[in-house]
Design a protein around this ligand. Structure first.
Ligand SMILES: Cc1cc2nc3c(=O)[nH]c(=O)nc-3n(C[C@H](O)[C@H](O)[C@H](O)COP(=O)(O)OP(=O)(O)OC[C@H]3O[C@@H](n4cnc5c(N)ncnc54)[C@H](O)[C@@H]3O)c2cc1C
Length: 467
């Protein structure tokens, strides 16, 4: 009987579930370890999947390509992503999306609602769950598929605590910085041996200590991503000599309602919404992406802002799931005029009225003193609004990988045998800092990354380590 290759996947979030399912489909047996039932960022995410060259695009007559997708990502991050890795991910994206729909049962459709401030065209390759279940729905479906797969041993509540490394593999020569990774040490001390280990453990946004070291500007922000993203897996790779890159990279968010752990639609600024600070003044152009804008808010007095939109914009985004929840929970206010809006949010009424008049003038003239170029119609009463705090969604720095998601040594001597990294654990696609995030980068690295890592782990790994 043919012996199955055994693969360990660390982390059962977006990337880990895809890696496990794909490795199993390719003939491996898989141990999928998850330390925390609700530790995943995908469970708190929008779940909008960006993919180029899909059948949904074809049906809608949209011309797109993996090369164009990669070019758009690079245009946003200042051309800082490894071109080979990025292209491998974008080339895989359509196949992954079709497989998710056909094999995993995620009912994907093209997102056709309001665009994003940084690029209204993004909707042309954005796929969403037809039922509007977002990231939580995706995780439920993907974990459910893992739980029912006969070749996957999903262990929720069992974390990995370190890598098992064998020296002398490959002709008795110890490779620089470490030998072959042959498994993991699981919680409780058990060793799970494998032909390959895929680190799909997310980033380090839940570790204050690691944030202070790598992204001090985000260390004080509230985390809205997964609490299981504590970053130890990145350190395990580094300890074996792996390269690290883009450690300062993170996705911030600029539309989370204060105290509610819920964001308003990312489409609001693009459709004409504005933000004012506690002085009632606009402070930065709003037509940059929400990640970059999170730092603009953090710099304002009190580190907060009020997002303002009107009835026209509300109608454009009201079908989005987060807007339905916001409505149910009464998270936005409605004011008949500027004076009432100011009173509702403790803003100086004269300054706020002047701001609205100035914005109207900018829309009319097409010239905004703050440099906003996406100018739509002026805001008209009644006004809708919410108080917003900047938050940290997820970090994107991590282990340097090649196009097969194999972890590379920092000294240039090639991959660490048996070790792969994906999603938030790998070096991301958004450059450094907060403003290189192109919407969809998170799940591109996680889903396409998981898919590619599974292929590497099953194709290249030597057969059969015992469980
Ligand atoms: C509010 C919000 C909205 C977002 N919207 C989008 C979007 O619309 N589109 C998009 O592309 N991206 C979006 N993102 C980002 C996207 O969700 C993440 O990039 C993606 O979920 C990362 O997937 P992952 O599998 O790498 O990490 P996760 O989904 O966080 O999974 C990692 C898992 O590993 C587990 N783990 C960690 N350490 C260990 C260990 N030692 N042992 C065992 N298990 C471990 C964790 O508990 C966790 O469950 C959003 C993020 C947020 C916060």
């Amino acid at each position: 009987m043919r012996e199955l290759r055994h693969v360990v996947v660390v982390g059962a979030g977006a990337a880990g579930c895809v890696a496990a399912l794909r490795a199993a489909a390719l003939g491996a047996s898989v141990t999928l370890l998850e330390k925390e039932e609700h530790g995943a960022t995908i469970e708190r995410g929008g779940g909008w999947i960006f993919a180029a060259g899909t059948r949904w695009q074809a049906a809608a007559g949209i011309a797109d390509s993996p090369e164009q997708f990669a070019a758009d990502v690079q245009a946003k991050n200042g051309c800082t992503a490894d071109p080979g890795v990025l292209l491998a991910l974008t080339r895989a994206s359509a196949g992954v999306a079709h497989w998710l729909a056909d094999e995993v049962g995620v009912p994907l459709v093209l997102e056709s609602e309001a665009g994003r401030p940084d690029d209204p065209q993004l909707t042309h390759r954005c796929l969403v769950d037809r039922e509007g279940r977002g990231g939580p729905g995706f995780l439920a479906l993907a974990r459910g598929a893992c739980a029912h797969h006969p070749a996957i041993d999903l262990r929720i509540g069992t974390g990995a605590e370190g890598l098992l490394v064998e020296d002398g593999v490959g002709g008795g020569r110890r490779a620089a910085g470490g030998g072959r990774v042959v498994g993991v040490r699981a919680a409780g001390g058990a060793e799970v041996r494998a032909a390959a280990v895929i680190l799909a453990a997310g980033g380090f946004g839940a570790s204050r200590e690691r944030l202070a070291r790598w992204i001090p500007e985000a260390a004080a922000m509230e985390l809205v991503g997964g609490p299981g993203n504590t970053g130890e897996a990145i350190e395990w790779g580094a300890a074996l000599g792996a390269g690290l890159a883009h450690m300062s990279s993170f996705q911030g968010h600029a539309q989370f309602v204060k105290g509610a752990l819920l964001r308003l639609s990312p489409g609001i600024p693009g459709a004409g919404g504005i933000f004012v600070n506690n002085r009632g003044e606009r402070f930065a152009r709003e037509d940059v992406n929400y990640s970059a804008f999170s730092l603009e808010i953090a710099r304002q007095p009190g580190g907060e802002a009020v997002e303002i939109f009107d009835e026209r914009i509300r109608a454009a985004v009201e079908q989005q799931w987060m807007m339905k929840v916001a409505r149910e929970r009464g998270l936005t206010t409605t004011a008949a005029d500027a004076a009432q809006l100011a009173a509702q949010h403790g803003l100086p009424p004269d300054a706020l009225a002047a701001t609205l008049v100035a914005y109207e003038e900018a829309c009319r003239s097409g010239r905004d003193p703050l440099g906003r170029t996406l100018l739509r119609e002026p805001l008209r009463p009644p006004y809708h609004a919410a108080r917003i705090v900047p938050v940290l969604a997820h970090t994107q720095g991590g282990l340097v990988v090649d196009a097969g998601m194999r972890v590379l040594r920092a000294d240039g001597s090639g991959p660490i045998p048996g070790l792969l990294a994906v999603g938030g654990t790998m070096a991301g696609l958004s450059g450094d800092g907060a403003d290189g995030y192109y919407s969809g980068n998170g799940l591109l690295a996680a889903l396409s990354g998981g898919w590619l890592a599974a292929a590497s782990a099953t194709a290249c790994a030597p057969a059969a380590a015992a469980r």
